[in-house]
Design a protein around this ligand. Structure first.
Ligand code: MYA
Length: 633
């Protein structure tokens, strides 16, 4: 969880370099270089992928999971949501005390008892198994409420259900669900045990092992996990361990990760003391040790050897929840800042009349609106059966955690000395927020994940084109379609994919800005592949800029989709939402275009190389290189 980023990135880089087998490289635009993973891992271009972001890497507009903005709740579901949320909100207002929780580094037992009674430990579990049966959109709304009041409690509840028992919901057999979901919705806390001392971002490198007992009835689990949220209090854990598997092709025994449902009561499970943290102090974080723990074979979750995918998909599935939660946190920060700005008089005027403050407030509003739009767009798509939301989920987590940090920081700035005081509450929120850019996949790793996965997808399509040339008569449609696209582009006649028909008429000019960048994005990815081939995995300065451009284009799309939807429904806030969307799209797309330009500009490549040299020198020197001016002569 808290693993130093640089080490993790290096490791990630190395691993992907080894794993990604890039094959033939074509030299010209007609013969592009192709990036692909090993045959087993290549994205299959034949399976249509509706992800907006994935298709952005090909310069294609795939609108299904972006427009119209999802509206998945029935009237009844809306009512149920309010019925459930109102008491929860009151409980946070009247009973839960975030200051006390933070100071005592614990949520008092009586408060926890109240949360159990409200049913908030089982939000998405089926009603017949004791849960509230909420869908993702409803869950997002719950997250937003928690995020408004207490992020420490948010992690307590989120580590329990967003990742702790989510695997049982997603992959459990009917028996496992019956046995365990009834418990985690009524009395037992759950935890997700992946991270280890030597395995943070590089999740596939875990060392905890599980081997089959001689009678074949149990796996014997040994190893240790660190920084496990709820690790000191969980009774039920989703634990990831290496298991020996016989490769059916070679007959050789190899290690593959398997997920297990482990009960503390199995014996041999112990945990360390609560970690002393910067923030989210009331949530328990601890080491967990497994010493010859007998885990019944029926507690394998998702199949032997499938644990890495199980872990990734649990994380993918929960990431939008973080965005929703932080959209709530931003509301709280803004409320405090705006209350202050509209009352505080300096130089004879309320400070909200000054441009410098207006810019801060407006940018906070943009970040909050966009985060909320992204969270509900993803949740709605998931509720409508989306299968390929992992890039969008990663984007939502990166964007929200940075947006919330920025909003909290600027709220403190607006409030000046008052913002710095503990009693204002922003100090705690800022400490709580810092971890969100680190855990559930560091933002650095998730950016590389977005860029490399998107590039791999685009590369697989280029590979498909390459294969088509092997049998041109059978693939004339594909070849001519692609060839004419390139010719049109080469002579400057291409027009970007149009979003005009998908947005409100007042937003058409903003839509063309996004569409233009979408097109530019596809071209940039293609030329990057042609230039670097397999070497792209080592170009993290470039991958980061591609990821940043993807984030800006996707968040712009979420905002325009939502604002168009609000306009189509004549919502009271529709005009204001248009203003927010237009403003965000201007800002984000200026940045996206500049990031895309940087990827192929000589000046920027020189700048990246200089940054790299500086970093190397500092690391060699284990700190600053130059002498202090007073020592220099
Ligand atoms: S929990 C700990 C969080 N830890 C992490 O997130 C680990 C981050 N690391 C990784 O994600 C992976 O190791 C990376 C890949 C991405 C670096 N979805 O060769 P590979 C497939 C689907 O690239 P690696 C915590 O912090 C890939 O396609 N599939 O892998 C607690 C390939 O498949 P195939 C994926 O280089 C926080 C295969 O895997 C994904 O080893 C508490 C191998 O790929 C993916 N994402 O590493 C939070 N990635 O072979 C509380 C890879 O078929 C939550 N693959 O091609 C609170 C929220 C608030 C809610 C409140 C409301 C209540």
């Amino acid at each position: 969880m808290f693993r130093p980023v640089t080490v993790s990135l290096l490791k990630y880089n190395r691993i992907n370099f080894q794993k990604i087998a890039l094959q033939q490289c074509f030299a010209t635009a007609a013969e592009p270089k192709v990036i692909q993973k090993t045959e087993k891992s290549a994205e299959k271009p034949t399976e249509h992928n509706f992800s907006f972001t994935m298709n952005m890497f090909r310069g294609q507009l795939e609108s299904k999971e972006a427009f119209p903005f999802p509206d998945v709740l029935t009237e009844e579901q809306r009512e149920t949501l309010h019925m459930l949320m109102d008491p929860v909100e009151r409980y946070f207002e009247e009973v839960n005390d975030p200051f006390k929780n933070d100071a005592e580094e614990k949520v008092p037992d009586n408060v926890v008892k109240g949360f159990w009674e409200l049913g908030v430990f089982g939000l998405q579990a089926p009603i017949e198994l004791g849960g509230l049966g909420l869908n993702n959109t409803q869950y997002a709304r719950f997250g937003e409420v928690v995020g408004k009041y207490d992020l420490g409690v948010g992690i307590f509840l989120g580590a329990h259900q967003s990742i702790g028992w989510k695997g049982i919901l997603l992959y459990g057999t009917p028996e496992q669900k019956e046995k365990y979901l009834t418990r985690v919705t009524s009395k037992d806390i759950a935890a997700f045990c992946l991270t280890e001392p030597s395995s943070g971002s590089d999740a596939g490198s875990i060392k905890t092992r599980a081997t089959l007992s001689p009678d074949g009835k149990h796996y014997i689990l040994n190893g240790s996990k660190i920084w496990i949220s709820n690790g000191g209090i969980a009774e039920i854990m989703t634990v990831f361990a290496q298991t020996p598997i016989q490769d059916p092709k070679t007959g050789q025994t190899v290690d593959k990760v398997t997920a297990f449902i482990v009960e503390r009561s199995f014996g041999g499970v112990t945990s360390g003391p609560p970690e002393r943290k910067m923030g989210i102090k009331c949530s328990n974080t601890a080491e967990v040790y497994f010493d010859n723990v007998p885990v019944p074979v029926e507690n394998v979750l998702g199949g032997v050897g499938n644990g890495f995918k199980v872990a990734m998909n649990i994380l993918n599935n929960g990431r939008f929840g973080m965005a929703a939660t932080l959209a709530g946190t931003m509301k709280t920060c803004m409320k405090k800042a705006v209350e202050f700005a509209t009352n505080r008089v300096q130089f004879g005027k309320k400070i909200d009349s000054f441009g410098a403050i207006q810019e801060k407030i407006a940018r906070m509003a943009l970040l909050q609106y966009v985060t909320e739009s992204v969270a509900y767009l993803i949740a709605g798509n998931m509720d409508s059966g989306s299968k390929h939301y992992h890039l969008e989920a990663a984007i939502s987590k990166c964007f929200a955690s940075e947006a919330a940090w920025n909003v909290c920081d600027e709220s403190i700035q607006i409030m000046g000395g008052m913002g710095y005081m503990k009693d204002t509450g922003l100090e705690r929120i800022m400490r709580d927020l810092r971890i969100f850019r680190i855990f559930e996949g560091t933002n650095d790793i998730l950016r590389l994940f977005v860029a490399l996965t998107g590039i791999q997808y685009a590369g697989a399509h280029l590979k498909e084109l390459q294969n088509a040339f092997k049998n041109p008569t059978a693939n004339l449609g594909l070849i001519f379609g692609e060839a004419s696209k390139r010719v049109v582009r080469t002579v400057g006649l291409s027009s970007p994919p149009s979003m005009d028909h998908l947005v409100h008429k007042d937003l058409i000019s903003s839509a063309s800005v996004i569409a233009k960048n979408l097109d530019l994005f596809g071209q940039t990815v293609e030329s990057t592949l042609i230039k670097y081939g397999k070497g792209i995995v080592n170009e993290q300065f470039i991958l980061n800029r591609l990821a940043n451009a993807a984030i800006d284009i996707y968040t712009s799309t979420a905002a325009i989709s939502r604002a168009s939807y609000s306009a189509s429904k004549n919502l009271e806030s529709a005009d204001f939402e248009k203003l927010l969307a237009q403003t965000w799209i201007f800002e984000a797309n200026e940045r996206a275009a500049s990031n895309l330009k940087a990827v192929s500009s000589g000046k920027h490549l020189d700048y990246f190389s200089k940054l790299s040299q500086i970093s190397k020198k500092i690391c060699e020197n284990q700190g600053v290189v130059q002498k202090n001016p007073t020592d220099a002569l």
